[in-house]
Design a protein around this ligand. Structure first.
Ligand code: FES
Ligand SMILES: [Fe+2]
Length: 442
């Protein structure tokens, strides 16, 4: 192919999914610049709390320093590179490197150097050997994001109009802003390319037949036969939306007269909570309450389920054909214990390595990767031509809004992807040049 990422014709080379060269280019040109999800402040409520996270292949420490400020550092000792913190999470006043015992305070400063007086005095300036901090850090409604690029735009500028959809993951179910709590993180490894997972969440509703068995057993919270989600999406206007910075999603716009229908009738306390949240959200948000997030992907590798099972997933690339999936499950922090418990069970039935829906998806991702890696297979591009040339809806909110299934959203994702690999400036990466085109399309 002359152009391996030909979004105009909807043809994308399999090379970008299988070759070590593309993997390396992504790490160097994309993952060093894009904003990445690192964790949630509910995981580190107290000074000294830490959670060891990842930014692509780099291990990083998310921690709250002694003064309560949130910090993120590269988890690699400045002396000879040892992983400074080998625990997944905890609380400490000092990170002591296991190798030669250099130690760092929770604000990243190098504090202890064994035999400093006799071996380093006059040579080593401790101020110059702090842990490496990220370039920029943002706390958006409790979700913590970071980029290595100090010149990156503010996180909210990066997010653009995708914010209204992400809000539904981070806000309380009754419409109050923020207030979420992480109740658990599933981490697992699967042999695939990270972009196949990200694509799934961009709004690939076309793959729904893969989930037929899950639909048939009726695993929704409301235990409706034939559903794997609650019935709030019934009769909603479905939309598929791409945003200029590469984010994408599918959502439902509820009918204005939608009333609450019991969803957890077998648990009266839980049902009562969701009934209250439904009407309180309508009251607080008005017209905006009609927006029902389903799934989406914040460029490049942070996916989400908006409402059910409410979670943020990060697809950490660990090679061209290896992904470490991390799924952060969220609930309203002040929800009754019974609600959290029912949701926890639903989340595990649905998602994560043992979740029934996620198992279906992974089956597709890993065999698509495997079956695309052969010499012959690589010669044939993937097809992204669905709904090409179909007009966008003019009156259903910002972004490229389709009212039918479409590959417009992944084409938009790969246009952004190509721009990172090309080393474009931030105006281009945010798709600022695309705004007039979008208006023309409307
Ligand atoms: S590598 Fe950390 S103290 Fe030597
Ligand atoms: Fe799926």
């Amino acid at each position: 192919m002359t152009n391996p990422i030909d979004t105009e014709r909807g043809l994308i080379s399999r090379e970008i999914f299988v070759s070590p060269e593309y993997h390396r280019a992504e790490l160097e040109k994309l993952y060093t610049r894009a904003w990445l999800f690192v964790g949630h402040e509910s995981q580190i409520p107290n000074p000294g709390d830490f959670f060891v996270s990842r930014m692509a292949e780099e291990s990083v420490i998310l921690c709250r320093d002694a003064r309560g400020e949130i910090r993120i550092f590269l988890n690699s000792c400045r002396h000879r590179g040892m992983k400074v913190c080998r625990y997944e999470q905890g609380n400490t006043s000092l990170f002591v490197c296991p190798y030669h015992s250099w130690s760092y305070t929770t604000d990243g400063k190098l504090q202890g150097v064994p035999l400093y007086r006799s071996l380093y005095e006059g040579t080593l300036n401790r101020d110059e050997w702090s842990l490496v901090p990220v370039g920029r850090l943002a706390n958006y409604k409790g979700s913590i994001w970071a980029t290595w690029d100090e010149t990156a735009p503010d996180f909210l500028a990066y997010l653009g109009d995708a914010v209204d959809h992400l809000d539904q993951v981070l806000d309380c179910r009754d419409g109050r802003p923020g207030g979420a709590e992480v109740i658990g993180v599933h981490k697992w490894v699967f042999p695939s390319n990270w972009k196949l997972a990200a694509e799934n969440f961009l709004g690939d509703s076309y793959h729904n037949p893969s989930h037929r068995s899950v639909d048939m057993i009726g695993m929704s919270g409301s235990a409706q036969p034939g559903q794997r989600r609650d019935n709030e999406y019934t009769n909603a206007q479905r939309v598929w939306i791409g945003f200029p910075a590469g984010h994408g999603l599918t959502a439902g716009i509820a009918h204005p007269d939608l009333e609450y229908t019991p969803t957890y009738a077998q648990y009266p306390e839980v049902d009562e909570y969701f009934r209250y949240c439904f009407y309180e959200r309508k009251r607080r948000l008005g017209e905006k309450a009609r927006n029902l997030a389903l799934v989406g992907n914040i460029f490049p590798n942070t996916s989400y389920h908006g409402r059910q099972p409410r979670s943020l997933c990060v697809w950490h690339p660990s090679g061209p054909d290896k992904v470490e999936g991390w799924r952060f499950f969220l609930v309203d922090a002040d929800a009754p214990a019974a609600v959290k418990d029912v949701l926890r069970h639903y989340y595990m039935r649905y998602s994560g390595p043992a979740g029934m829906t996620e198992q279906d998806d992974m089956e597709n991702w890993l065999y698509a990767s495997k079956a695309s890696s052969g010499t012959i297979a690589r010669r044939y591009p993937f097809n992204y031509q669905m709904a090409m040339g179909k007009p966008n809806a003019a009156n259903l909110g910002p972004g490229l809004v389709a009212t039918q299934m479409t590959d417009q959203t992944p084409r938009n994702f790969y246009r952004t992807y190509a721009r990172y690999l090309n080393g474009d400036g931030w105006d281009s990466l945010l798709g600022r040049d695309l705004q007039p085109i979008r208006r023309a399309a409307e």
